[in-house]
Design a binder for this molecule. Structure first.
Ligand SMILES: [Zn+2]
Ligand SMILES: [Zn+2]
Length: 348
């Protein structure tokens, strides 16, 4: 077994504390990654605090992982020792169902295995990236370019692919008018990608304090969503809207902004779900959809695109001792725009 050192939650109410545990020895298809940086995703907090139910403790969170390959199994082809690598939200799927075969592994019919707080197919519990190493099958490990700031790559593994996948699926590009709802970890990546892909981009935010940042990150225009007049002016004009808000909010206000055959896609997870007016969806043949992370192939495509176009996440780098403080700030939306843990601080 491989010795691992990390930070774990022992219960839904306890702060994260140092935790030693073991990982499996690498099998023929496995890659061992020494973790350099691990991003903090809002879903880490939901799971640590058992807000979605079914949490297992001790829990080592983290699914925005980057580092260096330290060992590879005998059948591994893509990686060698010393390569930069990333691991995201998924570490196992069945690889046989129609969704896996269509490179849509997060929608695996057997159920994808999450990087942490999940039971792997062999019954073992998975531990995530707030640790000094991880073992994962090659299929779920990505190549990372040395051209990019490695710490700022980490959030691409969840926040990045979660926004990239729907933007690509709905063919966002030149000539398309795209709305991004909410400027947080997801929203800031959606702005960067939609802008880079050549779309005309509008940010919707409740906060006037985010106008300047929205424009810096790629919005051509920022609309304060509380301003009914400003919203009315946008009616019937959007091809695609990506809704990145996890707080409860009125989605009908955005449905009415779509043009004929326009689509709104949810990537946030509001606790109460969404209430949809049938008129808002029937009018103009609107589609309401959702999207969850992304497949392995498109995740690698996104990372390659980011290397080519010099795109990373805006981050605040912290040591492990600041995890609890960071959690409280994420809940208050007080971060620009993702916390990343420097794993060197584990050894300190
Ligand atoms: Zn995440
Ligand atoms: Zn499958």
């Amino acid at each position: 077994m491989i010795q691992s050192k990390g930070y774990a939650a022992q219960s839904a109410s306890a702060p994260l504390t140092p935790f030693s545990f073991e990982r499996r020895d690498p099998g023929p298809k496995d890659v061992v990654v020494e973790i350099a940086y691990s991003g903090i995703c809002h879903s880490d907090i939901h799971q640590v605090r058992d807000e979605w139910g079914g949490s297992m403790y001790p829990m080592v969170p983290g699914h925005e992982i980057v580092g260096k390959v330290t060992a590879v199994g005998s059948a591994v082809k893509k990686f060698k020792v010393g390569d930069l690598a990333g691991v995201g939200v998924t570490v196992q799927t069945c690889m046989e169902c129609e969704n896996c075969l269509a490179h849509a592994e997060p929608y695996c019919k057997k159920g994808m295995v999450g990087t942490y707080n999940a039971k792997d197919y062999d019954g073992s519990v998975t531990y995530g990236g707030y640790a000094n190493n991880i073992v994962a099958p090659e299929h779920y490990v990505y190549s990372v370019s040395p051209k990019l700031d490695l710490a700022a790559v980490a959030p691409l593994l969840c926040a990045g692919i979660t926004t990239w996948s729907p933007l690509k699926h709905w063919n966002v590009g030149p000539g398309k008018k795209v709305g991004v709802v909410g400027l947080g970890g997801l929203g800031h990546m959606a702005l960067k990608f939609a802008h880079s892909l050549g779309a005309q981009v509008t940010l919707f935010t409740t906060s006037e304090g985010k106008i300047a940042d929205g424009k810096r990150l790629g919005a051509n225009e920022v609309v304060i969503s509380k301003d009914a007049e400003a919203m009315k002016k946008q009616a019937g004009s959007f091809d695609f809207i990506i809704d990145c808000v996890s707080a409860d909010h009125d989605i009908n206000a955005y449905l009415s902004l779509l043009r004929l055959d326009g689509t709104i896609c949810l990537v946030g997870l509001p606790e109460k779900g969404v209430q949809v007016s049938s008129f808002a969806i029937v009018a103009n043949r609107h589609s309401l959809s959702g999207s969850m992370i992304g497949g392995m192939q498109e995740t690698q495509e996104m990372l390659d695109y980011c290397a080519e176009h010099n795109i990373v996440s805006d981050i605040e780098l912290i040591g492990v001792e600041k995890i609890d403080e960071a959690y409280n700030r994420v809940v208050k939306a007080d971060v620009k725009y993702r916390f990343v843990i420097d794993m060197k601080s584990l050894a300190a």
